[in-house]
Design a protein around this ligand. Structure first.
Ligand code: HAM
Length: 508
């Protein structure tokens, strides 16, 4: 491919990315390696993954010109979670673990790979997830030439229920309350907030149909978001009935849609045949008035479902959890019965589900188990992380560096002493660093300064001979531009015997 002139290429790129022409190439390339920031800067709905995709697609075979080595990239829709992002993940995970355990949920991890039929049977043949989004493949054949078809877990509930049945968890006191934080894989069209690998914090309560547990699981989520510091999250709640009342409602819904089908989008025509409840989930503008006027399932609930739903609301009021009834809320997976809910964030203009969940009382039976009620949710870690950033919630800072060890001359003896000191500090739980690569004293001092360490530990010939170290404190008075030699004089210096060093630093 011929190399386009940088100016043409740049403007094309900016045009394609719908970015203002004022942004320079350098900034664009820098920003493309940090798409979240670019996204924030432009506060647009433009899918964040596309910046780097656009750069790659426009790059042709001339990357060297822009200091970008030709290299492998993560698959589209698969993300590296880099260290700067990890503080948000740590906050989410720590809060998830803390709140889930507070509510009596215990951790479970199930395998990432399961038999394909596990998901087909539970999630439903007609769903987008099963029809279009599963990463499925044939396993290697065994000695007899037999092989299984396997699928990378697209959602967490089916595996947890399989584990519950396989390990006889139904013999434990019920309900069995479990949580997980796991990767999920869906071959979706990547866009902002929608990835091919994403992670879910999920909870599942198995073996109990009491509506108080529906309220418990919603209250748990509410506490989770509140504790994270998120605001303005809307809880939508509905009941989609059970096998007793839903079939009659679906007939009623089909009666309503039949005369309207010609004007419906193609997907809705398919849904009418395969999964009529999903007609209510269509996002096409032309179908919205039809959805708004459609019969509502809550008006067709049987008495037990109606009572159950009323009790869920009563308990939610006791928990003091605010919610909105959305009679049109249906979920994308087939296993749901009765209570369904989503938590939505409206920050940034677009409504996005941070989590979804509901009751699935018939799922265990689909897997060959005894009738076992269940309820749960999955909350998207990536979406929650985005939301934290959008709302300006700052995760706790990483533990700062306590000490940086500098050795004055590039001799093996001094370097050994530096390694000994750093080993001594780390064994004692003190976060410490040293410089590698035999840099000059001046370069080491610069590094020590930039590291943010509150103490700098100096080791020279005198220190080595006298078995002590010199510690300089008071980084605030130390400016980056001062020459290294002047630095020690500017700062308070203390001589400390090597075997008193840990005690000294811990006492500061
Ligand atoms: P789900 O609604 O398909 O439900 O997914 C749950 C949450 O995972 C979504 O609300 C969203 O935050 C996140 N999520 C889903 N797909 C993606 C994606 N492609 N990229 C980023 N985030 C995504 C389930 O998976 C059910 N298993 C939840 C459940 C558990 N119901 C009962 N128990």
């Amino acid at each position: 491919m011929a190399k386009p002139a940088p100016t043409t290429w740049t403007s094309k790129l900016l045009q394609a990315a719908k970015l203002p022409p004022t942004i320079g190439m350098k900034e664009l390339l820098q920003a493309a390696s940090r798409p979240e920031e670019l996204h924030k800067a432009f506060a647009s709905d433009f899918p964040i993954e596309s910046y780097s995709a656009i750069i790659v697609s426009h790059y042709g075979n001339t990357p060297k010109d822009y200091n970008m080595p030709e290299q492998y990239r993560a698959l589209q829709g698969f993300n590296d979670i880099l260290p700067d992002e990890q503080s948000y993940w740590r906050l989410i995970e720590n809060t998830a673990v803390q709140v889930a355990e507070l509510y009596g949920y215990r951790r479970i991890e199930t395998p990432m790979l399961e038999e394909t039929s596990l998901f087909r049977r539970t999630t439903g043949e007609g769903t987008d997830l099963v029809e279009k989004e599963m990463y499925s493949f044939d396993d290697r054949p065994d000695k007899e030439g037999k092989y299984d078809n396997l699928t990378l877990r697209p959602e967490g509930t089916a595996g947890v229920v399989r584990a519950y049945l396989e390990h006889g968890l139904f013999k434990w006191p019920q309900p069995v309350k479990l949580y997980y934080i796991s990767a999920m894989f869906r071959h979706e069209k990547p866009q902002a907030g929608r990835y091919r690998e994403h992670h879910q914090f999920g909870c599942e309560a198995l073996g109990e149909s009491d509506p108080a547990i529906d309220a418990e699981i919603i209250a748990l989520l509410y506490q989770f978001y509140t504790q994270l510091g998120l605001k303005g999250i809307r809880i939508e709640l509905n009941s989609i009935g059970d096998q007793n009342c839903r079939p009659a409602y679906i007939e009623r819904l089909k009666d309503y849609y039949r005369p309207l089908l010609d004007e419906c989008c193609d997907d809705c025509k398919m849904r009418f045949v395969k999964n009529p409840l999903r007609l209510l989930d269509c996002k096409e503008p032309q179908d919205q008035p039809k959805i708004a006027a459609a019969p509502k399932i809550v008006d067709y609930l049987c008495e037990p479902c109606r009572e159950h739903f009323a009790a869920v609301q009563r308990f939610l009021n006791i928990y003091d959890v605010p919610y909105t009834l959305n009679p049109l809320l249906v979920r994308g997976l087939d296993y749901y019965t009765r209570t369904v809910f989503e938590f939505l964030s409206a920050a940034g203009g677009r409504t996005e589900a941070l989590n979804g969940g509901g009751r699935y009382d018939g799922l265990a039976e689909l897997l060959g188990g005894a009738p076992t009620p269940g309820i749960g949710f999955g909350a998207g870690v990536e979406r929650i992380s985005r939301e934290l950033k959008k709302q300006g919630v700052k995760p706790p800072a990483e533990e700062p560096l306590r000490a940086f060890v500098v050795y004055f001359e590039r001799t093996p003896e001094l370097k050994d002493a530096a390694v000994q000191v750093i080993a001594q500090l780390r064994r004692a739980g003190i976060k410490a660093e040293m410089s590698y690569g035999d840099r000059s004293r001046k370069a080491q001092m610069k590094q020590a300064n930039a590291s943010g360490a509150s103490s700098i530990i100096l080791i020279g010939e005198d220190e080595l001979a006298g078995n002590f170290v010199t510690i300089t404190e008071g980084r605030k008075t130390w400016t980056k531009d001062l020459p290294a030699e002047g630095l020690e004089a500017e700062r308070k210096q203390v001589k400390v015997e090597r075997d008193k060093l840990v005690e000294y630093l811990k006492g500061l």
